[in-house]
Write a protein that binds this ligand. Structure first.
Ligand code: AGP
Length: 609
């Protein structure tokens, strides 16, 4: 989703801004722009539709320089991706502004500004903000004061950064509902949507709080809260080495991240030898809260939602805890009835997903005994706002299609199952089995990764296809959903997952020789039922691609291709089968020539609803 980088320095900042934008590319975007205040106190602006590389070309052709500037990658919401709609937006050749989020009352503000004589050049919701700033500056006062007067008029979510040629060494920022960090330097200060953008210039950051405003110059940094009072926010140092963005020998981040899973899973599990040690991962306040848990409500979006669906099987079957799972965009707007003793669990790799954050924020103390977040990003909004935090140790995930973040979420949720199960009398022997299974997981995943070439060969059959069906039963059903989501996200093949038992209630009508059907078929108690469903597909000319372990008793035959997945303990099979399906979608996308790491229309961090 949109990305912001801004700088106020004693040195030239165009390259810092461009490098920041490159580092934000993983978030997803469709246009980019940069505004600098040059030596003659003029605003110099490049904006381009498409990649940051296009912006770089523009800068190469017509170099602009300055010590103060703002830059942006835009993910279109209001108005098509185009040069005109790209940020920064300007007003009166004086002020330039970049924005992440959505201004809900933009239409009313637009009408008001037009009445005041402002011409609105773009179709964006953002442009009104820069004219409001300009109108306020024209009356008098500082850029900070103008920003304070502007934000009170805005409804919606925003992270903002603005420059003004009359205050040439200053950048002013504000945030409500969208993240903004301050990068603290020596003789220079920065703003950005996330720390990644600024790691080349600093390791010290301030995570702005909701409704904060900030004013930076090369030598000063002031934060104000919503009341306009100056406040101190803690400067945090980010440890080196946690974020490597080097592709190494891989062609894409997605395949690199798929192959990083053994280490990520191991790091997330942390080598605990018993359930008490597992509990330490949830923090000091966890035991008191876990003691009260009678039910669990999981809320998440997309892939993280699928992790929640898997967790429901584990929590109910192993821990005996009743569990509901819902997508955040529905949960947040629904009138709900929660039962006493419910723990709210939010899952989000980015920790910034707007709907999930809103769901957390509108959950009340009457409804829930407390909240737990499973996230991969320390200091993200969800991490800062939840009572308990489980940080997955996937390392930074750049590919928009989530892979290692998902499987590490599953490890976290199995660990949650263990600690809640222990409280409800889960036998010691079962606890030991789960821990042993988690210990064996990295090796099982390594063995699954060895299937890479076989899966690549299998994937060729999908290239000419426009649709695919994924079938599974039980706990593998959400894994089939995740497999289908991965395939559609990066290869643009329409894919749907069904519980195999639902086949004859509708989707069977779609099955013909043109419909590849992927089955997730480990040898479990539902296998025979699944086999009957697959026969129904075969007898209608469907082509089957069966991911199954050797004990499942499948054999290659006409229109049935078997992908043998390593045998592993049943409880971790959802994770192991996920890895095989990730490889399938990667190879299909690769051969279709799509932009694997940055699929069209998608964003890594979905900070607007
Ligand atoms: C994952 O492949 C997707 N890109 C997407 O569904 C993602 O899982 C969803 O947007 C939720 O993101 P979060 O985990 O950061 O909250």
């Amino acid at each position: 989703m949109c990305g912001i980088v801004a700088a106020a320095a004693r040195r030239e900042v165009s390259e810092i801004l461009l490098e920041g934008l490159r580092r934000l590319e993983y978030r997803g975007y469709d246009s980019a722009g940069m505004a600098l205040i040059d030596d003659e106190f003029d605003l110099k602006i490049h904006k381009r539709k498409g990649k940051v590389a296009e912006l770089e070309k523009a800068q190469l052709k017509q170099p602009y320089h300055g010590n103060t500037g703002v830059a942006h990658t835009r993910w279109a919401t209001h108005g098509e991706p185009s040069g005109v709609n790209a940020h920064p937006h300007i007003s009166g050749l004086r002020v330039a502004l970049v924005h992440n989020g959505i201004i809900e009352n933009h239409a009313a503000l637009r009408a008001e500004l037009i009445e005041d004589g402002y011409e609105i050049a773009s179709a964006t919701d953002t442009e009104v903000i820069v004219h409001l700033l300009h109108r306020s500056l024209a009356i008098g006062g500082s850029l900070l004061q103008a920003m304070q007067k502007t934000v009170v008029k805005l409804e919606g979510a925003y992270a903002l950064a603005a420059v003004d040629i009359e205050n040439p060494d200053t950048v002013v920022g504000a945030r409500t509902g969208s993240p903004l960090v301050v990068g603290v330097g020596i003789g220079e200060n920065f703003l950005a949507s996330d720390t990644m953008a600024l790691r080349q210039v600093t390791d010290r950051f301030i995570y702005l709080e909701e409704a904060d405003l900030v004013c930076i110059t090369p030598d000063s940094l002031e934060v104000y809260n919503a009341d306009g009072s100056k406040v101190q926010r803690q400067v945090e140092r980010i440890k080196e080495g946690l974020e490597t963005t080097d592709l190494g020998n891989f062609d894409h981040y997605m395949i690199k991240e798929i192959f990083e899973q053994p280490e990520a899973l191991e790091a997330t599990f942390g080598g605990a030898i018993n359930a008490e040690k597992v509990e330490n991962h949830f923090g000091d306040d966890a035991p008191a809260l876990f003691d009260q848990v009678k039910q669990v409500q999981i809320v998440a979006c997309g892939t993280s939602y699928h992790a929640g669906l898997v967790a429901r099987y584990w929590l109910e079957e192993i821990a005996g805890v009743s569990c509901d799972v819902e997508v955040a965009s529905e949960f947040r707007y629904r009138k709900r009835v929660q039962h006493k003793g419910t723990l709210l669990v939010v899952i989000s790799q980015s920790g910034e997903t707007a709907d999930t954050l809103a769901a957390l924020r509108n959950a009340t103390a009457d409804e829930f005994i407390g909240s737990l977040v499973v996230s991969n990003v320390d200091n993200s909004s969800l991490v800062r706002e939840c009572d308990l935090v489980f940080l997955t140790r996937a390392g930074i995930e750049i590919g928009v299609a989530s892979t290692k973040a998902f499987t590490t979420q599953l490890v976290a949720l199995l660990m949650l199952t263990l600690v809640l199960g222990r409280r409800r009398g889960l036998p010691d022997s079962r606890q030991r089995d789960i821990i042993a299974a988690l210990q064996s997981l990295p090796e099982c995943v390594r063995e699954t990764l060895e299937l890479n070439e076989s899966i690549q060969r299998l994937s060729e059959a999908f290239i000419p296809k426009r649709h695919a069906l994924f079938l599974a039963r039980g706990i593998q059903y959400p894994i089939a959903m995740e497999g289908a989501l991965k395939l559609k996200e990066i290869s643009y093949i329409h894919a749907e997952a069904y519980p195999a038992g639902e086949l004859k209630h509708g989707p069977l009508a779609l099955v013909d020789s043109d419909m590849p059907v992927v089955a997730v078929a480990p040898n479990d108690e539902l296998l025979e039922k699944l086999k009957s469903n697959l026969e129904e597909v075969r007898s209608r000319g469907g082509e089957l691609f069966v991911f199954a372990d050797t004990e499942a008793g499948f054999a290659n035959e006409a229109r049935v291709k078997i992908l043998p997945v390593p045998n592993c303990p049943e409880v971790i099979r959802p994770i192991v089968y996920t890895v095989a399906l990730q490889l399938l979608s990667y190879h299909v996308a690769l051969q279709k020539g799509t932009d694997v790491d940055k699929p069209r229309n998608l964003a890594k961090s979905v900070t607007v609803e």
